[in-house]
Design a protein around this ligand. Sequence first.
Ligand SMILES: [Zn+2]
Length: 256
Amino acid sequence: MSKIKFLGTAGGRFVVMKQIRASGGIWLTLDDTNVLIDPGPGSLIRCLLSRPKLNPKDLDGIILTHRHIDHSNDINIVIEAMTNGGFKKRGVVFAPIDALEEEPVIQKYIRKYVDRIEILKEKETYNLGNISFSTPIKHVHSVETYGLNIYGKGRSISIITDTQYFEKLESYYMGDILIINVVFFEKRKEIPHLCLEDVEKIISANQPKLCIITHFGMTMIKEKPWEIAKNLSEKFGVKVIAARDGMEIDIDQYQK
Ligand SMILES: [Zn+2]
């Protein structure tokens, strides 16, 4: 079965540091390839506490969209778990260059445990197991950041990770399933994150088969994301779901 499991839905400093929502990232199983995207604080625990348990030893790779702590905190320990404590060299890690150079978030001694590390760059395509993914454009965020278009057999998943809205953002993410990180309920010019108004623009333009909103900051949580999702569904005639911690989506039904 191909599935998306939300090991966390927290976004924004306060929701993460108070663990109002968990922050473990997304575990994707697509065409028998397992990938963990953005292992934030608690990611390892969320894997191990999942029912059925998700074993990092089954991961083919880890993708880091950017180095911010809510996305990267657990990356070293998850690499250890993926490689059986470094005793079994395996797996691929994908990350922007600033996660590896000065003040790296991926420790140097741990890099030896994996088969290879690939640097994410704009407009590149990468292969992992039976899937591929592309990084169509550099996001407007305070560190180097890439969203993802992930391709399996006859289906695609787009993930719009942290970014400020920029012109034509939506045109880069045309996946059948669209996951959007929406931190703010109302627009806040000084902080480079999407708000609900941006999400409306994206959904109405792209009309994905399924849209999942996640990575909620306090203002989104207060406004009840499940009600926001219901309103968006009615307004745009698109199935919109607000992610919950531990939520699993069977994606086989969204095949083209
Ligand atoms: Zn960020």
